[in-house]
Design a protein around this ligand. Structure first.
Ligand SMILES: [Zn+2]
Length: 58
């Protein structure tokens, strides 16, 4: 669980990649932009998280 990986996606270039759960830089390794990287969450994860679920147009 310690080195669990999360999937991230860059909304600027749509590049998808994995990083450690503890990764905090949130800089896209492909385009180098900062602040455009978000966790890629499954629909099940979103349904589990009402706060995030509210900002996803389903
Ligand atoms: Zn990018």
């Amino acid at each position: 669980m310690i080195d669990a990986k999360l999937r991230f996606v860059c909304e600027a270039c749509n590049y998808k990649f994995q990083r450690q759960k503890t990764w905090r830089e949130r800089i896209c390794p492909f385009c180098g932009k900062h602040g455009t990287v978000h966790e890629e969450r499954s629909v099940a994860d979103l349904l589990d998280d009402p706060e995030l679920g509210t900002c996803v147009p389903l």
